[in-house]
Ligand binder design. Structure first.
Ligand code: ADX
Length: 199
């Protein structure tokens, strides 16, 4: 970008990682509304916290109410939603954190873009696979009912598409796995990634 220059900082990401004693990267949870993304992310964060790992979770509650409160659920706004979240996560990775992000993120191209922003190697894609029938049955927030009644437009799974990942790093079938099982699977998967290179 014109007239914008990179500043060299004295404390590098490598030093931050060394101080924390672990690597930093992004765990991205994608799936339908009510699929269980935040519940599983929460459990994973608790496990990591108990192991002394520095984490932070981004989700609809802290992002769509603040930073992204100007965005709707149109395809264009969802793209911008995910882009800003990925940029935020990128800063947090630089700060040395393991970032957990739980967003519907229904478009493949938007999820591909996250990889460009945070770099492939820092991106772990977790597909929380719950059928729309089951999400609608649970309907924790009552949104599916509203969508069926035509009160909510562009509802993912009802009147807007969800493009499932073809090759997620981890897939959780919530109709067959418990939250604890799912969290264990994720924590086991990232264990080698947490280690610093010369350990
Ligand atoms: S995303 O598609 O842009 O990634 P995001 O994860 O931020 O969506 O927000 C989804 C949450 O907003 C849902 O869990 C639900 O609570 C709420 N929501 C409200 N309207 C919609 C809608 N039309 N489609 C999906 N989720 C919606």
């Amino acid at each position: 970008m014109k007239n914008i220059f990179d500043q060299e900082y004295q404390i590098s990401i490598e030093e931050r990682k060394k101080a924390n004693g672990h690597n930093s990267f992004l765990l991205w949870f994608t799936g339908l509304s009510g699929s269980g993304k935040s519940t599983i992310a929460n459990k994973v964060e608790q496990e990591l916290y108990n192991q002394g790992i520095k984490t932070y979770t981004l989700d609809g509650d802290n992002i769509r109410k603040g930073l992204n409160n100007d965005l709707s659920f149109s395809p264009e706004d969802r793209t911008e939603n995910i882009r800003r979240i990925a940029e935020t996560a990128s800063l947090m990775i630089d700060a040395g954190l393991v970032v957990l992000a739980a967003f519907v993120s229904p478009y493949k191209k938007d999820r591909e873009n996250i990889k460009n922003i945070v770099k492939d190697i820092n991106f772990v894609e977790i597909y929380v696979n719950t059928s729309v029938e089951e999400c609608e049955r649970r309907d924790v927030k009552g949104l599916y009912k509203k969508a069926r009644a035509g009160e909510i437009k562009n509802m993912t799974g009802i009147s807007a598409p969800y493009e499932a990942p073809d090759n997620p790093d981890i897939e959780i079938l919530t109709e067959h796995e418990s939250v604890d099982e799912a969290a264990k699977k994720i924590v086991d998967f990232i264990k080698p990634k947490l280690k610093l290179k010369n350990e």
